[in-house]
Design a protein around this ligand. Structure first.
Ligand SMILES: NC(=O)c1ccc[n+]([C@@H]2O[C@H](COP(=O)([O-])OP(=O)(O)OC[C@H]3O[C@@H](n4cnc5c(N)ncnc54)[C@H](OP(=O)(O)O)[C@@H]3O)[C@@H](O)[C@H]2O)c1
Length: 328
């Protein structure tokens, strides 16, 4: 199979190359997929640079997402020719992932492509969109309604951020997008944000434990001081869905947003999301939550230029959803 291989040299340097290697052996319950598209997530970029928190064994193939056609199946649920999506679990982390022409994955980790989505659309969604969908679902389950007020989204031009904005706008929410990219304000408005502001809005410089409760809810893809500041700005009984770490893993806060305003903080984990919730959210993304303008956020990529795309996303300079055309 042809893949993007991450290797460690004898001097412990991390190197990447396009390689042709043997397809891993299938075990009982595994499925072999001919991958058509994969995608670029922040976690993939960490894997592609050999981040020790993501990759423990080398050589490694990144890619937490893949879509393609079943070539061989050792599980009764899937047959040759089925079109399937593989996301999360250990893909591209403990196991070789989707930046490859072929992928061997346990059948338990697969979801048939739902009617209503093309393969390229499923990868435009990918783990980032699935995480956005889980975050929006957390807000809805909390009881958030469009009339409650504005919803703030951080890391707005990123994969999770941009798709969160699109989903919230589709569901009628008034969205304020927070971005560090001055040149992407118009694009964020096109995606559905009603207001776009710079990162200063959540800079974390304000030391008071609570600030004016401006927002009904929030989706934070950044973490660190950005999340701490967002919590201070949520109205009484509002909530925040937290999923990201690009701005830092530490969370320095007081209990006041929780005990004086009754704010709830929901953690979002996409890798091991229970199967029934995963299947239900993919069905929603193909029906009621289907984004007519989904492809507006798609950026076409190829395995041959992934090193540049990895550098861009790690520097916070990538916008939208990178979809990798595997056979390009
Ligand atoms: N919990 C889960 O299961 C799960 C699933 C998927 C992703 N994630 C995490 O969610 C985060 C976003 O993932 P993604 O794939 O959407 O990444 P992404 O495309 O790189 O988006 C992150 C965005 O955050 C902003 N940003 C970057 N560095 C920043 C910094 N130092 N301070 C403030 N803002 C910064 C940038 O947007 P602006 O320029 O617009 O500000 C950037 O585009 C990552 O931490 C990822 O690991 C978690």
């Amino acid at each position: 199979m042809n893949c993007f291989l991450v290797e460690k040299t004898e001097t412990d340097d991390v190197r990447t190359r396009l390689a042709t290697v043997a397809i891993p052996e299938l075990k009982e319950g595994d499925v072999l997929i001919n991958v058509k598209f994969s995608s670029l997530n922040y976690k993939d970029a960490m894997a592609a640079t050999g981040h020790p928190g993501i990759v423990r064994n080398f050589p490694h193939v990144p890619g937490v997402d893949a879509v393609g056609v079943v070539l061989e199946s050792r599980d009764s649920r899937y047959s040759i020719g089925d079109e399937v999506i593989a996301t999360g679990h250990e893909l591209g982390v403990e196991r070789w992932g989707g930046w490859s022409s072929h992928l061997v994955a346990p059948a338990d980790w697969l979801v048939p492509i739902p009617n209503g989505l093309t393969p390229a659309e499923t990868m435009t969604i990918g783990t980032a969109g699935f995480t956005a969908a889980q975050s929006v679902q957390a807000l809805l389950k909390h009881g958030c309604k469009a009339e409650d007020g504005q919803v703030i989204v951080s890391g707005a031009t990123g994969g999770v951020g941009s798709l969160s904005i699109m989903l919230l706008a589709k569901l009628g929410f008034d969205v304020l997008a927070v971005t560090g990219k001055l040149d992407r304000h118009d694009w964020l408005r096109e995606l559905g944000a009603n207001e776009v502001v710079g990162r200063d809005a959540l800079s974390g410089n304000e030391k008071r434990p609570l600030l004016k409760g401006e927002f009904a809810a929030g989706i934070d893809t950044v973490g660190g001081p950005v999340l701490a500041t967002m919590l201070k700005k949520i109205q009484h009984r509002g909530c925040v869905a937290c999923c990201g770490v690009v701005g830092g893993a530490d969370l320095s806060t007081t209990v006041y947003p929780f005990i004086l305003r009754g704010i709830a903080l929901y953690g979002i984990d996409s890798a091991w999301c229970p199967d029934d919730i995963r299947a239900d959210l993919w069905r929603k993304l193909a029906t009621d939550w289907k984004l007519d303008d989904l492809l507006e956020s798609k950026v076409d990529l190829s395995l041959t230029t992934m090193n540049e795309s990895v550098e861009q996303i790690l520097a916070g300079k990538f916008s939208g959803r990178g979809v990798i055309h595997i056979d390009k």
